[in-house]
Unconditional design. Structure first.
Length: 205
């Protein structure tokens, strides 16, 4: 997740833990570097890039293998980054974009480190943000769904389309096929039409 305060409420009951997004932490330093050419911001970007370089070598591997590599390679780097950020914060003015960027990372450090303990967790939430971008771009149109029921149906369709894309299924072909098959699809086999299990009719026979 990013730094949106509303996410914190999800942890109130104690069974949800947040994993913070390194891309959002990086963005803070990138904006400072673009505006001021700060060498400290540039160094922070370099350190974060090293983390991403490690991730590139384990992308697509099983969670256990990813976690093992992270404990060996990423953990020492993350520990060094924290020490370095704390040292830099003492050297710079307390007010300003650079200090804000460092504090943004340090105040979320436990959540930023969550990926080290679970190989299923990604370094950032870029995949999710790409998936919801069409929804965000169309949010003004979605206000005119006609009714609460219409909005719920639109949310279901949007979720199906996003899931289809995540599973490399062409959305239009999927939806057309499913709508044609629904009237004759046995209720006990309805889950076969979900995007992650769907096969074109010819392949399903």
């Amino acid at each position: 997740v990013d730094g949106y305060p509303g996410f914190e409420r999800l942890t109130d009951r104690g069974y949800i833990m947040l994993a913070a997004c390194w891309a959002h932490a990086r963005r803070k330093f990138y904006e400072v570097h673009e505006a001021t050419a700060s060498p400290i911001a540039a160094e922070a970007l370099k350190h974060i890039a090293e983390l991403y370089a490690i991730e590139a070598t384990i992308r697509g591997q099983p969670a256990q293998a990813r976690q093992a590599t992270r404990r060996i390679k990423s953990l020492p780097l993350v520990q060094a980054i924290k020490i370095w950020l704390e040292a830099q914060l003492k050297r710079i003015p307390p007010k300003g974009g650079l200090a804000d960027a460092i504090r943004y990372a340090l105040t979320r450090w436990e959540a930023l480190c969550r990926f080290l303990d679970d190989g299923r967790i990604e370094l950032d939430n870029n995949t999710v943000e790409r998936a919801i971008r069409p929804i965000a771009l169309g949010r003004k149109n979605h206000l005119f769904a006609g009714s609460d029921g219409g909005a719920i149906r639109w949310a279901v369709v949007a979720s199906l389309m996003a899931t289809a894309k995540l599973n490399d299924v062409e959305p239009f072909a999927y939806l057309k096929d499913v709508l044609e098959r629904l009237p004759t699809q046995a209720a006990s086999k309805i889950e076969e039409l979900l995007p992650h299990r769907w096969k074109p009719l010819a392949a399903a026979r």
